[in-house]
Design a protein around this ligand. Structure first.
Ligand code: DC
Length: 225
């Protein structure tokens, strides 16, 4: 249990598991500020792409992350470029490096301890961090930890439909293979791999609607806080 007065909820899980939608809804309902930590890694991925650095060059990528560390602001996370699948894949590749993860550590911990005001609402009542290693590394003392996942084929179908609805030309097989590769990379890296914390509640959204997943999460949170 977190000793600070600001409650922290750690939500980790796989890509396209529904955790992003869930976190936004939980944030609105509870009046908690939400940090989508994937956007931090995506920002580094995009910088690497834009500067033409080889993503396999750990030292060069780490330098980019360290350079960004001092100037990082929440406003930068609204850049629409961060939403592309290319940014997600780059984030998964460059997020393997220990130096990159270290560079993003303080920003995430600061958000958890001092969640920013919510526009139009005011002071946040707590913080929700959405990521891969929140419950294990960033906020191991979080008040509530939830790990969200879903069957790989179901997640790939969800992502495929989403991309199709945005008019992005892509095949289901390509989405499936990309997601499979991303799962393997995220869960097998040596530095802070994606993994449920021992004390995390697990929710499998394969056969759940968004409403059902939300109800399940809110009942876990209400029991814990
Ligand atoms: O959640 P997302 O799809 O925006 O994340 C993109 C990639 O970033 C993900 O595949 C792995 C990496 N990531 C990470 O390593 N640690 C986090 N806390 C969040 C994301």
């Amino acid at each position: 249990m977190q000793q600070s007065s600001t409650p922290v909820i750690a939500i980790d899980g796989t890509a396209a598991s529904g955790k992003g939608t869930l976190c936004r809804r939980l944030g609105q309902t509870l009046g908690f500020a939400v940090l989508d930590t994937g956007k931090l890694y995506r920002l580094i991925g995009i910088r690497v792409l834009n500067t033409g650095i080889d993503p396999q060059d750990e030292d060069a990528v780490t330098q980019i992350a360290q350079g960004l560390q001092t100037s990082l602001s929440l406003d930068e996370l609204n850049d629409p470029q961060l939403q592309s699948d290319e940014a997600g894949t780059m984030a998964s590749i460059t997020g393997q490096y220990a130096g990159v993860r270290q560079a993003l550590l303080d920003f995430q911990r600061h958000f958890a301890a001092h969640p920013p005001e919510i526009a139009g609402i005011g002071a946040a009542k707590g913080a929700i961090l959405d990521g891969r290693d929140i419950g294990t590394v960033i906020a191991p003392d979080a008040d509530v930890k939830i790990f969200i996942t879903a069957d790989l084929q179901i997640r790939a179908k969800r992502r495929y439909k989403e991309l199709q609805s945005q008019g992005i030309p892509v095949t289901y097989d390509a989405v499936f293979e990309d997601m499979k590769a991303r799962d393997v990379r995220d869960s097998s890296r040596s530095s802070a791999p994606m993994l449920p914390a021992e004390d995390a509640h697990q929710i499998d959204t394969s056969d759940m609607t968004i409403d059902q997943a939300f109800d399940k999460a809110i009942s876990i949170i209400n029991d814990a806080l």
